[in-house]
Design a protein around this ligand. Sequence first.
Ligand SMILES: Cc1cc2nc3c(=O)[nH]c(=O)nc-3n(C[C@H](O)[C@H](O)[C@H](O)COP(=O)(O)OP(=O)(O)OC[C@H]3O[C@@H](n4cnc5c(N)ncnc54)[C@H](O)[C@@H]3O)c2cc1C
Length: 595
Amino acid sequence: MSSIERRQFDTLIIGAGGGGLRASLQLAEADLSVAVVSKVFPTRSHTVAAQGGMNAALANVLPDNWHWHMFDTVKGSDYLGDQDAIEYMCRAAPKAVYELEHFGVPFSRLDNGKIYQRAFGGQSQNFGGDQAARTCAAADRTGHAILHSLYQQNIRAKTHFFDEYFAVDLLKDGEGRVLGALVFNIHDGQIVIIEAKTTLIATGGAGQLFKTTTNALINTGDGLGMAMRAGIPLQDMEFFQFHPTGIAGRGMLITEGARGEGGYLVNGDGERLMERYAPKAKDLASRDVVSRAISIEIKEGRGCGPKKDHVLLKLDHLGEDVIQKRLPGIRQTCITFLGLDPAESPIPVFPTAHYTMGGIPTNRYGQVVVPVKDTPEEPVAGLYAAGECACVSVHGGNRLGGNSLLDILVFGRAAANHIIEYLKENKYHKVIDEDIVSNAVQRAKRFDLNSEPSPGGDEVKETVAVLRKELKQVMEDHCSVFRDKQFLIEGVDKVEQLCDRMKNVKIDDQSYTFNTAKVEAFELENLMACALATIHSALAREESRGAHSRIDFPDRDDKSWMRHSLYSFENGLDYKPVRTKPLSVESFPPKPRVY
Ligand SMILES: Cc1cc2nc3c(=O)[nH]c(=O)nc-3n(C[C@H](O)[C@H](O)[C@H](O)COP(=O)(O)OP(=O)(O)OC[C@H]3O[C@@H](n4cnc5c(N)ncnc54)[C@H](O)[C@@H]3O)c2cc1C
């Protein structure tokens, strides 16, 4: 064991997207030693793909107020969001944007020099009044601008990066404290034990669970899998967002900003379909509403194209100037992948898996919380989570567009601030017992050992590629925009069988250099954990709320179901109450949700 490299840091951050890098910057600037581990070069994290922008009530274009932003977020969440965390986020939003401006993010500008803001789904003035314009944008490449600025600021602040290192498991002692993680260098396969007084998981979402997705190939829910293996339940995993406008059949995202700039959806009969489903907000209703509307139109035979299997997003009436100035990225995507220019013809679109609303349960300080005896939430010592992998929960049953970039920055920063305080009280590294390390190393080597032929040589050899393909298809068929009991029961069965088959996975590539086969095996294992949590939680929740839409239980049931689900390997499903009490204002009680 002595040959295994060990490194010590005050804080280990797993993930170099916007959430991880905002936290690391805060910590490095506080003169702490910070390690950031990322399986890809930091600026390739999925945050780089964010297009439309980030919400903050700056009121640069139309009247606005953080309290209206809070109302929209609570309503958008279908009343499952925790109102203390939502208030905190919406109040902190303007500051988070100005901070980015000072870090060097080149936001688009209005003629008067202020930051440009566009309309996005689910935004209102005066608690449900007219449309607001709350989304701060750098053209349609906002995430790119943010991630690069944050990376540069981290380089200046001397954050220590472990680029292209894969984190396999958390290291947890007998008292439940998290003491760091086992990672390996993808370049040469060498294992490194990173010992840390605090660990922050910021590994992003799990969009690769589904066949058609806007998410990068790296979004495999690794942090969620790690947390589950460390005995931490996952919260609200049944709520998975389907973005209404993915390119049909392929999944690449066309930002909601396209509708914010005045684009709209038409069906096969040439009708503006959203006028029927959301008479007031129309194409800027929230995402769950628009995705369901498109699915219904297609199911009822009003789709477009020879197979009537998509609808069209019309932008050509906006004029080439607006498209080139405000939506250059999606124009290029359409030209590259569809051979069509949205300035001239409409874009074929279909709902596509997009965002993991559920995740690792945290409070608004980023501390990971678990139920202990009769208390619903007790912090796990030394463990934090922020970004898409965390469930604070500000998005509840449905996230509003533009609220995730905000979430990752606000709670990345909040988690770092809490860590700074925690470290004042917890000055020293705890000793990690050899057996904790050796167990972790054994697990990290299991695909090496697993690949040796068994003495009998008769067992089935499963491959990652086949299992991954099947998993994504099962999730798409059994757990997407509309769900029902029979389909979910079959889905649970299929996912459980896949998890069993995962135990027989073998990988042929046994090299140490850039062994992507091994990386993909670990990723698939994490996806399997996410799939189990998602489909079990979806089967259990017998109501329709936010993105979780049950054909057999079409109504929201606040009496029985206004509560968060928690799924763990050990205990299956458990529940905890929604925090309906905000910090300083009155609570928004549940109301029917119309747009
Ligand atoms: C196409 C697209 C467009 C979007 N547009 C918007 C938008 O306009 N506005 C908005 O608010 N939101 C948008 N979102 C959502 C938003 O971008 C994401 O939720 C957010 O950027 C996630 O940030 P993150 O820091 O949590 O994770 P990510 O940016 O996904 O980063 C995850 C990090 O974790 C690392 N990692 C993961 N697993 C491991 C492992 N095992 N070992 C080591 N490292 C690991 C990765 O290398 C990466 O650095 C969009 C999402 C997509 C997919």
